[in-house]
Design a binder for this molecule. Structure first.
Ligand code: HEC
Length: 309
């Protein structure tokens, strides 16, 4: 019974290196562990993940027109002859086309097909004026004017209320040549005039040149940033229930307080709830804020509003 028994280790690494396919078993476990770790990380950080973080696209628009804006006292814009709205002249359409190319074609395309370069990244896409289906406001004169006065909130279509009303009407007349648009009725003209006071003239805001406006904005901005820093310190040192709650649901306290210090979120509670619920991360919160009950949410809002003054 002196048979020598060679004791072999259960896992012979040298042998494995010589026959790498035997490593597969270990490799399999490694892959599994990496996936598991990734999964755990993801679930743990769900609160910080935005639902609709699409990123904002700023269309590349020619600013030279804005740079030409001079300091101008506001006043009443000349009234327009509302009878002329119904009958567009050739000159009027030509003027509208010129204005369209200058102001709108970057997004809507020179032929109005909604295919301008600055519109490519927008969602929703700029309207194609050769089609009359599925418009948000509508392709009748009243709604087109409304679109230019107010923009379409939440889309790349901003308001063009700075264009004189007569220019806006000319642009609309040009757009109307691109398809078979609904007839302009007396009723719509009446509605348009009642709502926007076209025959009385329109009050125009004061304008200032771009460099002055930017200087003013940056002065205001640096004040807001200073205030924000002070308020963040204050919250950091505050141990009240509301402050603790805020620190718990804030993903980025600086963001939250900046938005309140610049009065972007503290105008009305409903608005605050709507915005934060739609995309907490953008507003500096993590999604655990969605699990607060009404009472705590209101307390949080009141605390922040009071803080920002
Ligand atoms: C920065 C890009 C951009 C520019 C510049 C722009 N638009 Fe738009 N426009 C849009 C987008 C995006 C929409 C689609 C909005 C929607 O889906 O409701 C739109 C929609 C419209 C609509 C249709 C609204 C509806 O009822 O659906 C009209 C009318 C319009 N634009 C007119 C103009 C005119 C006139 C100009 C120039 C004075 C202009 N737009 C400049 C992006 C732009």
């Amino acid at each position: 019974m002196n048979e020598k028994r060679k004791i072999e280790p259960e896992v012979d690494f040298n042998d494995m290196l010589k026959n790498p396919h035997r490593l597969f078993g270990l490799f399999y476990i490694l892959v599994f562990l990496v996936i598991l770790a990734g999964g755990i990380y993801y679930v743990k950080h769900l609160d910080q993940i935005a639902f609709n973080r699409g990123g904002y696209t700023v269309p590349d628009i020619d600013l030279s027109e804005f740079k030409k804006i001079e300091r101008k006292k506001g006043g009443v814009k000349p009234a327009i002859d509302i009878a002329s709205i119904k009958n567009s002249s050739k000159e009027d359409i030509a003027k509208g086309k010129e204005l369209f190319v200058k102001n709108c074609s970057a997004c809507h395309g020179t032929e109005g097909k909604g295919d301008g370069p600055a519109g490519a990244a927008l969602n929703p896409k700029p309207r194609n004026f050769t089609k009359l289906e599925n418009w948000t406001n509508g392709p009748d004169i009243f709604n087109m004017y409304k679109t230019l006065q107010e923009g379409v909130p939440g889309t790349g279509m901003t308001a063009y209320e700075f264009l004189p009303p007569s220019d806006r009407i000319s642009i609309i007349h040009f757009i109307r040549t691109l398809a078979d648009y609904p007839e302009i009725t007396d009723e719509q003209i009446k509605k348009l005039d009642e709502k926007y006071q076209l025959s009385k003239g329109v009050i125009e805001p004061n304008t200032v040149p771009l460099p002055i406006a930017m200087k003013k904005i940056s002065e205001e901005e640096s004040l807001v940033l200073k205030k924000k820093d002070e308020l963040v310190d204050k919250v950091q040192n505050d141990n009240s229930n509301e402050a603790m709650l805020l620190k718990k649901v804030a993903n980025n306290l600086n963001n939250v307080i900046y938005l309140f210090a610049s009065h972007k979120l503290n105008n009305d509670y409903e608005n605050f709830v709507r915005k934060v619920a739609s995309d907490p991360v953008t507003y500096g919160f993590n999604s655990s804020i969605l699990r607060l009950n009404e009472e705590n949410l209101k307390a949080l809002y009141d605390y922040l509003s009071k803080l920002a003054g």
